[in-house]
Design a protein around this ligand. Structure first.
Ligand SMILES: *[C@@H]1O[C@H](CO)[C@@H](O)[C@H](O)[C@H]1NC(C)=O
Ligand SMILES: *[C@@H]1O[C@H](CO)[C@@H](O)[C@H](O)[C@H]1NC(C)=O
Length: 248
């Protein structure tokens, strides 16, 4: 009986450990039973070809494949560790290399600069469930850019995006008399129709040295009111952009 039980365990154990995300849990969310990838884990493009990434970062469990929104495939190990089996410790250099080249294949898009910024404190929609089709939708894009920039890779856009994606193909529409209603509604960024926000370096205390910014995009965020808009908490400002916002 005990022998049978251990045979069963041996059969079950590898499956149980492979169909779960372990180690590096960024870009995942707990769905009640498992950690699964968020839509923004795989929303970006790889910097090199997808084929090359799949060779460099082979799927840990061929049956499930690579990270996808909502699945719980173990991340390819080389995306975050030098170890060859789980449990494996996170090796920051491996994560940096994966982020640079193959963020999508590794399910790490949410940590790339365009996706790694705070959302407003009280977004009008649930930022965690925004899908790729919402990111492309003219109905949604401007709301998402304001409330949930991290969900669609709008972190460097300062809250100003085009409602439709191809405005830039023909910039003459910005001047076309018959197109003004259209561009005001759909080509805000390309035609510079976003309501301008005064760039701000924030107010601050009386100190003269500040904690370093942890994000490289603070200048762009400040333009969008990150340092002054009450949508963001003081804690968010301090943890991302203490220097830019001049917080002691
Ligand atoms: C997410 O990544 C950061 C480094 O960017 C790391 O410090 C942190 O431990 C990771 N969090 C999880 C839950 O894996
Ligand atoms: C959570 O995700 C796992 C893996 O994809 C799935 O099997 C399970 O049904 C999901 N649970 C819920 C409550 O959605």
């Amino acid at each position: 009986m005990i022998a049978l039980f251990s045979v069963l365990l041996a059969l079950l154990a590898p499956q149980a450990s492979e169909a779960a995300i372990s180690g590096e849990l960024n870009c995942t969310t707990y769905n009640g039973t498992s950690f699964v990838y968020t839509p923004s884990a795989v929303a970006c493009s790889n910097a090199i070809s997808d084929d090359s990434c799949q060779v460099l970062y082979p799927a840990t469990d061929a049956a499930i494949g690579w990270p996808a929104a909502g699945n719980d495939a173990e991340r390819p190990l080389a995306c975050y560790t030098t170890a060859t089996a789980t449990p494996a410790a996170v090796v920051p250099d491996m994560v940096s290399a994966a982020l640079k080249n193959c963020a999508k294949t590794c399910g790490l898009c949410c940590k790339t600069p365009a996706y790694d910024c705070p959302n407003v404190q009280f977004p009008r929609l649930n930022c965690a469930t925004i899908t790729q089709s919402q990111c492309m939708s003219s109905q949604w894009r401007t709301i998402i850019a304001t409330d949930c920039p991290s969900a669609c890779g709008f972190c460097n856009d300062g809250g100003c995006v085009d409602g439709v994606v191809d405005c830039n193909n023909d910039r003459s529409i910005c001047q076309s008399v018959g197109m003004q209603d259209f561009v005001n509604q759909y080509c805000q960024k390309t035609c510079q129709r976003c309501s301008s926000t005064t760039p701000s370096t924030g107010t601050g205390g009386s100190c003269s040295s500040f904690i370093a910014d942890s994000s490289t995009a603070c200048a762009a965020w400040a333009t969008n009111g990150f340092c002054t808009n009450t949508f963001y908490t003081a804690a968010q400002r301090r943890s991302y952009c203490a220097t830019t916002c001049r917080l002691c």
